[in-house]
Ligand binder design. Structure first.
Ligand code: ZN
Length: 143
């Protein structure tokens, strides 16, 4: 198999063209995701959007106007990188948020009938007397 010849020809064909960049990869990925979701929901028209995205990505790869494609890619990365960073940050904070949620579940919040102060009480203790730390009033609630 004359692979070198084939690759040489491909290289020759791609010379001066944009090739694969971040935006094209993103378009292909979004198209794949959309086609998956579209098939899942039985919405065949979504596939037209996928093909449009893929064709646009393909056209960008073969485009010889590399300057314009470079501009598009830079615009895309300017938008995408902060979004990706935010998503990564969001994922990193997830365990902390889960811990906070657990803590909230372990307590009940009661409002003092005297002053409206919010008081945190452990759950599942039955009827308990709650002492308001602000106005000193005692009241009974089911925790
Ligand atoms: Zn109070």
């Amino acid at each position: 198999m004359p692979m070198g010849g084939l690759w040489g020809r491909i290289r020759q064909f791609m010379a001066g063209r944009r090739g694969v960049d971040g935006l094209s990869l993103f378009l292909v990925a979004v198209g794949a995701l959309l086609s998956f979701v579209g098939q899942l929901l039985g919405q065949r028209w979504v596939l037209w959007i996928c093909w449009a995205l893929w064709l646009f990505a393909f056209w960008r790869m073969l485009s010889k106007n590399t300057e314009a494609r470079e501009r598009e890619d830079r615009w895309f990365l300017g938008w995408f990188s902060p979004a990706a960073r935010r998503a990564a940050l969001h994922a990193a904070e997830a365990p902390q948020r889960r811990a906070e949620k657990e803590a909230r579940r372990a307590y009940r919040i009661f409002k003092c009938p005297g002053c409206g102060q919010k008081l945190r009480v452990p759950r599942g203790r039955g009827k308990i007397q709650i002492h308001c730390s602000r106005c000193g009033r005692d009241f009974v609630k089911k925790s």
